[in-house]
Ligand binder design. Structure first.
Ligand SMILES: Cc1ncc(COP(=O)(O)O)c(C=O)c1O
Length: 377
């Protein structure tokens, strides 16, 4: 089946009592066990509402198994702490969501897990690999500068050394990028973003081979980051329109990126769909579209906060991936906790704004972004 069909039908457990088309909300936290080989319990990530979402995401990502968690960070923490321990080494690519960066620098050392940050390219990853390296964790496209990692090259390098590869695929979505098909072992999402898509859910997913997912799940059970039945149900509903939303958002983003690139008040646009982007050739190979996230840097003489205040349609908000276009200043939001020197080194300046393009009419979005620029002079 094609993705638009899988998004609607894969994993569904229809309402057999009523003939209804939708999966009911199975709200029980106490579930009979004598006639079932598996003990079912919400915190074991194995109720029917969990299974529907995990199976739908498995179909979309081309995975054997999966789990759905209470946030993207719960998914990342379950992977890292479920698969790594004292003495292990892990490589993270630069260009990570600020919360992931905070988890790494604030938590890993306490558990004896050593780490390095590598520039998002295979040569840097190879150079930092040690005998104790057990995992390579990448985010591609990365946050907030949309850096692109060559996933097939990383997977090939890691496989030869039995290193587990993990990707945060949040920005790309399973519609535009399937890392497992390029050789990655595990793929995770902050479902809070595109999977939920309506800015009203907080959730996460992990998908991969059954043996690895089982290890991640065994750890996650101890930490308790499960998603409740109602939110699983809402996530299932949202996923049915994922393909159509993401296609429209990605199309809109391409148009906006080109318009901003031509504007004299914009110093630079970061979007892997632009021919000028360093990651464009790799993104063209490994993605089926360039996504709906882009960042742009205003000229130094424009006050970024003043610009944000002049926007009338585009909403200045944290998070991303919803049907509405939102914008934020990473310095003050997603990357606030990152040390200033590190932000400066990466190019996360005060004038850098990150745009999550929605499904509104693209002319309306562009008109708003440009009117606020024209008033900047
Ligand atoms: C790329 C990326 N990964 C992970 C996360 C964390 O997800 P959550 O906020 O659902 O825990 C975020 C949140 O903004 C994100 O943007």
């Amino acid at each position: 089946m094609k993705k638009s069909t899988q998004a609607i039908h894969a994993g569904a457990r229809r309402d057999i009592n009523n003939g209804g088309l939708n999966t009911p909300v199975f709200a029980s936290s106490a579930i009979e066990y004598l006639d079932d080989s598996e003990v079912r319990y919400p915190r074991y990530f194995n109720t029917l509402n969990h299974a529907v979402v995990a199976d739908k995401m498995s179909a979309l990502e081309g995975a054997e198994a999966g789990i759905v968690t209470s946030s993207g960070m719960a998914a990342i923490a379950s992977i890292v702490f479920g698969l790594l321990g004292d003495g292990d080494h892990v490589i993270f690519t630069e260009g990570l969501y600020g919360g992931t960066h905070a988890l790494i620098v604030n938590e890993l050392q306490r558990f004896g897990i050593r780490y390095d940050f590598a520039a998002p390219d295979i040569t840097a990853i190879e150079q930092l690999t040690k005998p104790a390296t057990r995992m390579i964790f990448v985010e591609s496209p990365g946050n907030p500068l949309l850096s692109v990692v060559d996933l097939a090259a990383v997977a090939e390098f890691a496989k030869a050394r039995q290193i587990i590869t993990v990707i945060d695929n949040t920005f790309a979505t399973p519609i535009l990028q399937n890392p497992l098909k390029l050789g990655f072992d595990l793929v995770m999402h902050s479902g809070t973003k595109y999977l939920g898509g309506h800015s009203d859910l907080c959730c996460g997913t992990v998908n991969g081979p059954a043996a690895l997912i089982s290890k991640v799940r065994n750890h996650a059970v101890n930490h308790g980051g499960c998603l409740n039945a109602q939110d699983c149900h809402l996530l299932e509903r949202s996923l049915k329109t994922l393909e159509i939303r993401v296609q429209r958002q990605s199309e809109n983003a391409g148009i906006i990126a080109r318009q901003l690139e031509q504007n004299e008040q914009v110093q630079r646009v970061y979007y892997p769909g632009l021919e000028s982007a360093p990651g464009h050739p790799i993104a063209s190979r490994q993605m089926q579209g360039f996504g709906a996230m882009l960042s742009f840097e205003l000229n130094d003489d424009i006050d970024p906060v003043g610009y944000l205040r002049r926007l009338e349609l585009v909403i200045c908000a944290v998070s991303l991936g919803g049907v509405e276009t939102t914008i934020c200043q990473p310095l003050a939001t997603s990357h606030q906790k990152m040390p200033a020197a590190e932000r400066q080194r990466l190019g996360i300046t005060a004038g850098l704004l990150r745009l999550s393009v929605g499904i509104e009419d693209v002319d309306d979005i562009a008109a708003d972004l440009l009117q606020a620029l024209s008033e900047s002079t």
